[in-house]
Design a protein around this ligand. Sequence first.
Ligand code: ATP
Ligand code: MG
Ligand code: MG
Ligand code: MG
Length: 437
Amino acid sequence: MRLSRYFLPILKEAPSDAQIVSHQLMLRAGMIKQEAAGIYAWLPLGLRVLRKIENIVREEQVKAGAVELLMPTLQLADLWRESGRYDAYGPEMLRITDRHERELLYGPTNEEMVTDIFRGFVKSYKSLPLNLFHIQWKFRDERRPRFGVMRGREFLMKDAYSFDIDEASARIAYKRMFAAYLNTFARLGLKAVPMRADTGPIGGDLSHEFIVLAETGESEVFCDRKLVEMAPPGHDLSVEQLEGVFTERTALYAATEEMHDAAQFETQTAEGDRLSARGIEVGHIFYFGTKYSAAMKANVQGPNGKDAPVHMGSYGVGVSRLLGAIIEASHDAGGIIWPDAVAPFDVVVINLRASDEAVSAACEEAVAKLEAAGKDVLYDDTDERPGGKFATADLIGVPWQLTIGPKGLAEGVVELKRRATGEKQSLSLDAALELLT
Ligand code: ATP
Ligand code: MG
Ligand code: MG
Ligand code: MG
């Protein structure tokens, strides 16, 4: 991608209403533009990162056995009347009436709709277990939309729904998603800690929020330090291994403010391991049994020939919120530092003198070879001065910067900089390309 042909509206300064660094940097880097409170247009650079995150989330869901579908954003109010949530949901729900006076709503979540799809087709335990997910825009009319994409009103969520014949099997489905979330967040370059969350009227121990520690997080959290550094569990785990992953994590104390028990924290955790911090909720998983299936008559026939409501869980990831969370966890004074896996481009090739034919030819060669090796390349072919080019490259956080200028080229060298460490090396173009591909 040539920067001269791209759309990257960089801002010199962040608008004063952006209070936290991720929001400021997303605006300055030309990733998003606010269209209304909590509603954003995704500009090309922001969209690239959103898609990369979405794909990692998707891949990990599929690896865990979930099956993707796509449900619409608009839902019938009548469906929500069946579960009793139409009135209970309150002012966070955006309600819409069509020309025929039918009441609709812009979905804030999809338990009702997925239960309706399920009951329409699945009648027997032989089709279970089943896990259906989609990645779709949600709308919640938040009282205080703020911090950019972190608390939007329109936001992108991955939501999965598990269906099982009984509680024992539903608990396995839950633990499979628990492990999938650990893998997902690790791939995104994040340290996300599963913390006990409120299960509401259902009770039990099966609700966890996945929290990324950050000073600007909205929740106060308490946990055992050891949880932060634990390696992800990996894939294709047997039921025993899943149990092991779950038990190992949940044996250590971790709770958000609402669930915090100071006395228990102290008995369960050595003083040196006690961590109290602020955190961002990037995911939330929940087993809710037959709450929706009983109300909506989503029954399946068991091996005994009897019909019973299916056992369900739901599993959310805040895909668009993750951009903010990743930036909060990974930036410096110069701008964003994208983890390799989600970076909008893998490398930016910086042409220090676009008017120089030899320099441009070397840049074009570098771009072509990198692209042939499957890299996403941004080519800064503009005639801006070098200082501005370096500042832009740092701001947008591309992991590698390959700089080619007339002086170096005359000596047979280019400069390669790693954004995260600032480390620079002078080497031949061939050696640089070797290193990058
Ligand atoms: P919060 O406590 O931040 O309001 P929630 O508990 O209401 O979130 P859930 O219903 O658990 O959210 O939704 C699943 C995930 O969707 C959350 O873990 C979060 O990552 C994301 N999410 C929820 N609300 C928003 C929002 N307004 N903007 C962006 N992401 C959101
Ligand atoms: Mg909320
Ligand atoms: Mg919450
Ligand atoms: Mg939640």
